[in-house]
Design a protein around this ligand. Structure first.
Ligand code: CA
Length: 253
């Protein structure tokens, strides 16, 4: 998505949180929103408003486009309109996303203020919904709430198998009861992979996850982080899938 990334990078430059200020908070990860909305005016307005609130937004107009994009890029939140053109509506898109194991929070936008739609949406796996027309401030508040809920789920000690333990409150990692000292990016990468077990990510997808669009990233940055994580924890923790990418070993949380 070269054109869009460029525009976003320009808008975001100089705006990114300083590492030292944010190192203790899981929120330091850049929040990426997939917005699926066919109405140009509303889509554009939402893209601008969310970008202004420091979200990184990718805007699609159809479910088919959205399903392609989620294979290429990792998102934190989905905002889906229900009434979409092209044969698949927001409900269908949501069902497909959940089928593809995308468990991120979903906010549905509906023009129809019927309780049947609300029930259908929540049954299909939406976390919240908002009826059009809505107030922008309300949308932002709902997104923050979804984000908080997602983050709060993380603010405890996570055990991965018997040996690996992560405390997301102070971002500390222990392996076999020994503290492991990871850099900020190494920690973010490890936690991300642990939260997406069984999913294979290409180097580019991991780069996009770890760095803001427009950041200068050394071409071997991801390899270096993975090398360090393996060295500091254990060498088989992250598996290289030749020609495809990386996947973390299956560990029960
Ligand atoms: Ca629509």
């Amino acid at each position: 998505m070269p054109g869009r990334s460029g525009a976003l990078a320009a808008r975001k430059s100089g705006n990114l949180p300083d590492q030292s200020l944010t190192a203790n908070f899981p929120e330091s990860l850049i929040m990426r929103v997939l917005l699926v909305e066919d109405d140009s005016l509303l889509g554009e307005g939402l893209e601008t408003a969310l970008t202004h609130e420091n979200y990184q937004v990718y805007w699609c107009r159809t479910a088919a486009e959205a399903l392609k994009v989620v294979d290429l890029q990792v998102f934190d939140l989905f905002v889906l309109d229900i009434g979409l053109p092209g044969g698949m509506d927001g409900f269908g898109l949501l069902e497909n996303l959940r089928k593809k194991q995308h468990r991120q929070p979903v906010l549905l936008l509906t023009a129809r203020d019927s309780s049947a739609d609300k029930v259908k949406g929540l049954d299909a796996g939406a976390d919240d919904y908002l009826s059009k027309p809505f107030d922008l401030d309300e949308l932002l508040a709902r997104l923050r709430a979804l984000q908080r809920r997602a983050v709060n789920r993380e603010t405890t000690v996570l055990n991965y198998g018997a040996d690996l333990k992560i405390d997301t409150l102070d971002r500390s990692v222990t392996y076999r009861n020994q503290p492991v000292s990871l850099s900020r990016r190494e920690y973010d990468l490890l936690l991300f992979l642990l939260e997406h077990q069984r999913q294979i990510f290409s180097k580019e997808q991991l780069e996009e996850r770890l760095y803001a669009w427009g950041d200068e990233v050394a071409s071997n940055a991801v390899e270096v982080h993975i090398h360090n994580i393996r060295k500091k924890i254990y060498s088989q923790l992250i598996v290289t899938v030749r020609g495809v990418g990386y996947v973390i070993r299956d560990i029960e949380p």
